[in-house]
Design a protein around this ligand. Sequence first.
Ligand code: SF4
Length: 189
Amino acid sequence: MGVRTWIDSWPVYRQLKGNDPLGRGAAVKSPLSSERKARLDTADRVVKSICPYCAVGCGQDVYVQDGKVTQIEGDPDSPVSRGRLCPKGSASLQLTTGSAREHQVLYRRPNSTEWEHLELDTAMDMIADRVVKARREGWEWEDIHGARTRRTMGFASLGGATLDNEENYLIKKLFTALGAVQIENQARV
Ligand code: SF4
């Protein structure tokens, strides 16, 4: 490579002399980076979603190729975040595809130091049994003044920030029907 060619290929020189003074386009491209294709280009569909990490609820565009999530970007249509994601939301692809993601129920028995895998049906049955037991053991027909209450103090519900209206509606219905009175959502804390 001659000296002239070498200088012409130097990104800083191209940035100063060319039409890309901020160095965000042609000036910083190499032959290799010019050939690269963004994962967005090869996706066969884009699914609208919401970042699951916090109460802001930023909009996300989830790019899918051959049934697999390949990239997650901020959704420019979202009135909440207008295309932006914080570092956590930007890294949420790892939440869906990362090796740390669990695909089976994990259970640690009381006083045990080991996790064990459970079938989902088994775990659901265990939860149902415990709900029934806690409801029964915490049941109160009346309060200390003799006023009729018909409630259970055996459990409470604390919802997560990214539950939507419909989910919160169903949770409230379910827990009220079970007799719970302590029903709250983290987004309001
Ligand atoms: S992108 Fe960041 S700010 Fe937005 S919902 Fe996710 S965690 Fe919250």
